[in-house]
Design a protein around this ligand. Structure first.
Ligand SMILES: NC(=O)c1ccc[n+]([C@@H]2O[C@H](COP(=O)([O-])OP(=O)(O)OC[C@H]3O[C@@H](n4cnc5c(N)ncnc54)[C@H](OP(=O)(O)O)[C@@H]3O)[C@@H](O)[C@H]2O)c1
Length: 274
């Protein structure tokens, strides 16, 4: 079996979780880590058992022995870090949200396409068994035509001026950090071209700490919310003409999903162990 040599860019919270997870992947080899600071890269490499450490992202991107790079930097760096890797001929798995705006995302995707590079947003929600089961129920017509989606994702994260979540220069704010999940959810069901978008944001200290987004499609409506410093239901609902599907709390990574008929009777409950 071919072992893919992974490189990681950025040594923050999710990079550690990702490195831990990679250890359980049979065809993955923990190869290299790049940080803006060599000591941080070396500490990360020693902790997780990576072969190489680099004191800059450019040095990591230039290593021809890397099969794929996982980018775990703040949103505002994704464009530059992805373009660096793609232009160096590296395949890329980039954390969400992929980019700050459409122009950046289109350029990243087009450059990767033109160079024949694998390029993917690390939208883990779509890879999870619960999500796939729900999509299978949908495509096999279990609830008929979908006309309504509701999803919210909120965390009670107190303000911290040193956290990227609250730093506009890092691409902070609830929409890019959390809202990407409900929006991806709705787009997967209704498509990515709503006819109308109505949105409001509560801006505090230069980032949106909460927001609501309503997407109107020709065949339905999605009502979505995300926020910091806020308690949400964190569930998701897909409602169709013959029934509905409800995702348990923390819908983007939950273990449970339930199928109901149109009278609210449970037809199927699926629980997947993490
Ligand atoms: N899939 C998920 O469940 C999940 C969960 C959490 C986060 N994420 C995503 O992962 C990315 C990173 O999140 P995180 O929570 O790991 O962030 P974090 O703890 O702040 O770490 C980000 C890392 O990026 C590097 N970096 C580069 N430019 C930076 C800058 N201007 N300011 C701060 N750090 C900078 C730093 O590594 P060096 O100093 O080593 O260069 C830093 O350690 C985000 O895009 C986030 O949306 C995904």
């Amino acid at each position: 079996m071919k072992k893919y040599r992974w490189g990681i860019i950025g040594t923050g919270r999710i990079a550690h979780s990702f490195a831990e997870a990679l250890k359980g992947v049979e065809n993955a080899s923990l190869y290299a880590v790049g940080s803006r600071n060599l000591q941080k890269a070396e500490d990360f490499a020693n902790k997780h058992g990576f072969e190489k450490s680099y004191g800059s992202y450019a040095e990591l991107a230039a290593d021809p022995d890397i099969d794929i790079v996982y980018i775990a930097t703040p949103m505002a760096s994704h464009y530059a870090d992805s373009m660096l890797c793609i232009n160096s001929g590296r395949n890329v798995l980039c954390e969400k949200s992929l980019a700050l705006n459409t122009a950046q995302a289109e350029e990243m995707i087009n450059t990767a396409r033109n160079k024949g590079i694998f390029f993917m947003e690390a939208m883990w929600m779509k890879c999870r068994p619960v999500y796939r089961k729900a999509m299978e129920w949908l495509s096999s017509g279990k609830i008929g035509k979908v006309h309504y989606v509701k999803a919210d994702l909120c965390t009670f994260t107190p303000y911290n001026k040193n956290d990227r979540l609250f730093a506009p220069e890092c691409g902070g704010g609830a929409l890019l950090d959390l809202g990407v999940y409900p929006i991806t959810f709705a787009a997967d069901i209704f498509g990515d071209t709503p006819e109308e978008i109505i949105s409001f944001a509560n801006i505090s200290r230069d980032v949106d700490i909460s927001n609501s987004v309503t997407l109107k499609y020709h065949n339905g409506v999605a009502v979505l919310q995300s926020g910091f410093e806020l308690l949400g239901s964190n569930r998701a609902l897909i409602s169709g003409e013959n029934g509905s599907i409800v995702f348990d709390e923390w819908f983007h990574c939950t273990s449970g999903v339930t199928l109901y008929d149109s009278f609210g009777k449970k037809l199927n409950v699926r629980i997947y162990l993490r």
